[in-house]
Design a protein around this ligand. Structure first.
Ligand code: GSH
Length: 220
């Protein structure tokens, strides 16, 4: 049985969304955010104390974009991954990683120095600089969407899940008001997917059932 360790609307939302898109069966273990403070036993499962952590038949993975690729390749075939003989294979890999490495990591600086640190340790300059940094990097997505509805292979794929989560996180931080019309329309398309809505409902209901705060991690 696939088991996903998850905090509400944290990066673990990527594999949750992928699991819902694929209609796979899985066990969802909800954790309060951050687990390293509020769920110390989780260190037994993932010594990093971070989410996602996915276990599957003795395998354990902790990188959200990689987990999406793993699920697609392991439990496919599925239209959600792009195969090596397709023209957009390179773009698929690039955008799958771009979503996390380029569009999400800088946002953790905004969260930490704009929200999580105590007042006297907050750094407005960092928040400013990396907000601009994030929005500048979004230009790549804007140009990619010039003549497409999704990022690659003329269909919705795990690359859209990876980038989609970065747009979701930035939305929590109030940056979506600065999205271009194309990126905003794209984000709306992603949010309206039934599996995205199912993932939101599943995390909310499981948080209630497992007595974990339903507050999204970026808003803690
Ligand atoms: N690169 C990893 C990052 C995982 C990560 O840092 N997750 C955050 C939540 S978004 C976390 O667990 N933070 C808790 C902490 O910092 O202790 C991924 O893509 O999954």
């Amino acid at each position: 049985m696939i088991t996903l360790y998850h905090c509400v609307s944290a990066r673990s939302f990527r594999p949750l969304w992928m699991l819902e898109e694929m209609g796979l069966e899985y066990d969802l273990k909800m954790l309060p955010f951050p687990p390293r403070v509020h769920a110390k036993p989780f260190f037994e499962i993932n010594p990093l104390g971070t989410v996602p952590a996915l276990t599957d038949d003795g395998l354990q993975m902790t990188e959200s974009a990689a987990i999406c690729q793993y699920l697609g390749d392991r439990y496919g075939p599925t239209h959600l991954t792009v195969s090596v003989d397709e023209a957009d294979y390179g773009h698929f890999l690039d955008l799958l990683h771009f979503g996390e490495a380029t569009l999400t990591f800088p946002q953790t600086l905004l969260l930490r120095y704009g929200r999580f640190e105590p007042e006297d340790r907050r750094l407005p300059q960092v928040v400013d600089d990396y907000s601009r940094w994030f929005l500048a990097r979004l230009r790549r997505i804007d140009s990619r969407l010039q003549d497409r509805d999704y990022l690659c292979a003329d269909r919705f794929t795990a690359a859209d899940i990876s980038v989609g989560y970065a747009l979701m996180l930035a939305d929590y931080q109030g940056l979506s008001t600065q999205y271009s019309d194309r990126v905003r329309a794209y984000w709306l398309r992603l949010k309206n997917r039934p599996a995205f809505q199912q993932a939101l409902t599943r995390q909310h209901n499981e948080a209630l059932a497992q007595e974990v705060p339903t507050t999204p991690a970026p808003c803690v």
